[in-house]
Design a protein around this ligand. Structure first.
Ligand code: DGJ
Length: 729
């Protein structure tokens, strides 16, 4: 049983295979955090320090115990307004205007299985795989209660956190902060890694020392954003890929989020993660409850590699759903970088015919097939086919593509509307705007008010009628702007602070309906590349277009950062033309393929423009991906270098039985008179002999892991690394 309770001392121990988490309700009913780390086998209360720190006050019941302070003790869910001056997890404004909550323990419940959260994505697991602990808290002065939920997946070393806040009183209360996770750590966690970036350069891993005070990774853009990702790692200075303590936390949420880390006056570390409190004000009327999104945490005593494996497996097996969750993904060709808006049926069929000949499984028709959409100034919202471009409509095109032996997929951007569209002319009130202000335009487009049921119904009907009108196997769900001008005619003025979260709930509701009603369709998420690359979206879409930057060299950095939390199968990645459309860089076709194969693989160029020998190369690449796809998506992934600081990018896939390994990467520059690069493999069976397919040489696993392998000499820049090892029996 992963959850163990000592009723007498009100101690709760959550055990996973390789970690232990402890909390305790103390003599005042304050819920204290005792431990999260390696297994310890006893209560860690003995480590609690009670320093008498000036200006850190004491709860009333503590009398003149000047060393009992909420401001210094590690707490499980910190409240605002009652003397813990560090960042708080929850705050509420009561009917008398006061803003304080003092939550004390009232009880607990343990159930087998994993809780779910109404209207929100959550990790799922059956009763043989998980247990749920609920801790009940109540405010000392009001009838606000909080249920802290812990989902435990012991085999994966995963603990999930979510809170339900309920108003059992008579008058309304306004929540101004409702975090999913509060995690107080002892001294020693003094560094953090966050994933920052911008459009076409997402999730760049940045490791920094924790400075005293507060540091934050967040988004207030209405989406999880290109700029910061809802995932962070806390670690100590010594932590490496394979050694040292680290904790990963990931929010399963696709809207504005905040992950704040406070390194306090006593060098203790507190992480608070959840919906961004900026622009959040939620009215809880009498009898209502608010459920926070879910945070997923994992501890590793063996460095980042183990942490990533835990998150990869959890996302693949307990977050992604549907037919494609673990299935082989189709190799696709997308016409975006091949044609942009300039296409017609003939052009698309020519691209498709060539792709089919080379072994591609699916053609994705990107932006521009609908309404009046010849550039990005118009047409969004008019989800009916543009017969000027596609004379026979989608049905005929899909049939012709099918006749080539391929499946057909389609791009949508459902949440948007162009002012120059039939939809906008019919329903200007559906576009998000503040009545007396001009709305902010981004890519010339406005957002539809996803909090409105009529908007969601319209989108459901339009998308489902398109899906029924033709044989469509795939949808790319794009979203190309950040959100502001928060106002909805359907919300009372006092509830406008609910809109950002209600937008996300509306999006999830629509996605749930469509994915449920069209279970055979593969949904790929997208937001100008990876602007909404989060575990919330992965609950509906098992893969997400990773970045609008398709340059193989830049992608090594983007995919490196992405890999800390997200599995390879989730990473949409394509081979595109050279010179690359984002950077002008020319890289070898093989390098582009090797990089794109570290993902859900495809092509995004007109293959007709390639030479015959390049076409043969593409054919071989597709065959290789079909052969190695299971190893790449189901195997264990290892980062062998850091492309930001090293002269090469290298990564490795090892099959679950350890018998096969594939090392891929890119050597950025060839230097003259240079010794050869050496990389050390990981995850092999030490005693086994591995044959390297490319040279026929054999090596022991131990040699490859301890001594490593000298890479072949390269010629020219951006050379691909391709090494296949198979254990000899
Ligand atoms: C942004 C996406 O990331 C691209 O792949 C493409 O679909 C464009 N939008 C189309 O407008």
């Amino acid at each position: 049983m992963p959850v163990i309770v000592n009723e007498k001392s009100r101690l709760f121990i959550i055990e996973t295979d390789n970690s232990e988490y402890q909390l305790m309700a103390d003599e005042y009913g304050v819920l204290r955090h005792l431990w999260y780390g390696e297994k310890v086998g006893m209560s860690m209360e003995y480590l609690c320090e009670y320093p008498d720190v000036g200006f850190s006050g004491n709860i009333y019941e503590a009398g003149n115990r000047r060393n009992y302070s909420l401001d210094t003790l590690p707490l499980e869910y910190s409240c605002a307004g009652i003397g813990d001056y560090r960042i708080s997890a929850v705050s509420a404004v009561h009917s008398n205007g006061s803003c304080a909550l003092d939550l004390r323990y009232t009880g607990y419940k343990i159930t087998d299985g994993k809780y779910s959260i109404e209207g929100l994505p959550a990790v799922y697991a059956d009763s043989s795989e998980a247990q749920t602990l609920e801790i009940y808290l109540k405010d000392t002065a009001s009838d606000i209660t909080v249920t802290l939920k812990y989902g435990v997946l012991p085999k994966l070393d995963i603990i999930t956190r979510s809170a339900v806040i309920e108003n059992k009183g008579e008058s309304s209360v306004f929540l101004t902060n409702a975090a999913s996770l509060c995690l107080d750590l002892p001294r020693g966690y003094d560094e953090w890694i966050h994933f920052h970036g911008r459009h076409t350069m997402e999730r760049i891993a940045e490791r920094l020392p924790l400075a005293h005070g507060i540091q934050e990774s967040s988004s207030c853009r209405g989406t999880s954003s290109h700029q910061q990702n809802p995932s962070i790692i806390l670690c100590n200075k010594e932590c490496t890929e394979t050694n040292g303590n680290c904790i990963g936390a990931m929010l399963m949420y696709s809207g504005s989020f905040s992950a704040k880390v406070e390194y306090d006056q006593l060098d203790q570390t507190r992480l608070v993660m959840g919906i961004n409190p900026e622009l959040f004000r939620w009215e809880l009327k009498s009898g209502e409850k608010f459920c926070t999104p879910e945070a997923v945490v994992s501890f590793s005593a063996n460095g980042f590699e183990r942490l990533s494996h835990n998150f990869h497996k959890t996302i693949r097996e307990h977050i992604c759903r549907g037919k494609y969750k673990l299935a082989e993904r189709p190799v696709l060709i997308n016409n975006w970088e091949a044609t942009y808006f300039d296409f017609d049926e003939k052009k698309i069929l020519k691209i498709a015919a060539q792709a089919a000949q080379l072994g591609v499984d699916l053609l994705v028709l990107d932006d521009g097939w609908f309404g009046k959409r010849n550039d990005d100034c118009s047409g969004l919202g008019d989800w009916f086919v543009n017969t000027d471009k596609l004379h026979g409509g989608l049905g005929t095109l899909a049939e012709k593509i099918k006749a080539l032996g391929m499946k057909f997929g389609l791009w949508f951007e459902p949440e948007m509307v162009s002012e120059d569209s039939e939809l906008y002319r019919a329903h200007p009130e559906w576009a998000i705007h503040i009545p007396d202000r001009k709305p902010n335009r981004s890519r010339f487009q406005l957002l539809l008010d996803m909090t409105r049921a009529d908007v969601r119904q319209y989108l459901y009907e339009m998308i489902s009628s398109i899906l029924k009108s033709a044989d469509i196997s795939y949808i790319k769900w794009d979203m190309n702007r950040s959100i502001c001008d928060w106002y909805s005619a359907c919300l009372e003025s006092g509830k406008m602070g609910e809109m950002p979260h209600r937008y996300v709930l509306g999006l999830y509701e629509l996605l749930e309906r469509l994915t449920h009603d069209f279970p055979d369709v593969l949904f790929e998420g997208c937001s100008g590349g990876g602007g909404r690359f989060d575990a919330g979206m992965l609950y509906y879409c098992p893969q997400i277009w990773c970045s609008d930057d398709t340059d193989a060299v830049e992608r090594t950095t983007i995919q490196y950062g992405t890999s800390f939390f997200y599995p390879i199968s989730a990473v949409g990645s394509h081979v595109s033309a050279v010179p690359n459309h984002q950077t002008g860089r020319v890289t070898p076709l093989e390098t582009r393929a090797v990089t794109a194969m570290a993902g859900s693989f495809g092509y995004e160029l007109d293959l007709n423009t390639l030479s015959e020998s390049e076409k043969q190369q593409v054919k071989n690449q597709i065959l290789r991906f079909k052969k190695d796809g299971q190893l790449i998506h189901n195997g264990l992934y290892y980062r062998l270098s850091n492309p930001i600081t090293d002269k090469l990018a290298a990564w490795e896939f090892v099959s679950n039985d350890g018998k096969e390994a594939l090392v891929n990467g890119v050597v950025f520059h060839t230097e003259p008179n240079h010794t050869r690069y050496r990389i050390k493999l990981r995850g092999l069976m030490p005693e086994a002999n591995y044959r390297l397919a490319e040279s026929g040489e054999s090596y022991t696993g131990r040699a490859l892991m301890n001594g490593g392998l000298l890479l072949p000499k390269t010629w020219g820049d951006y050379a691909p690394i391709e090494l296949h090892f198979t254990a000899e029996t």
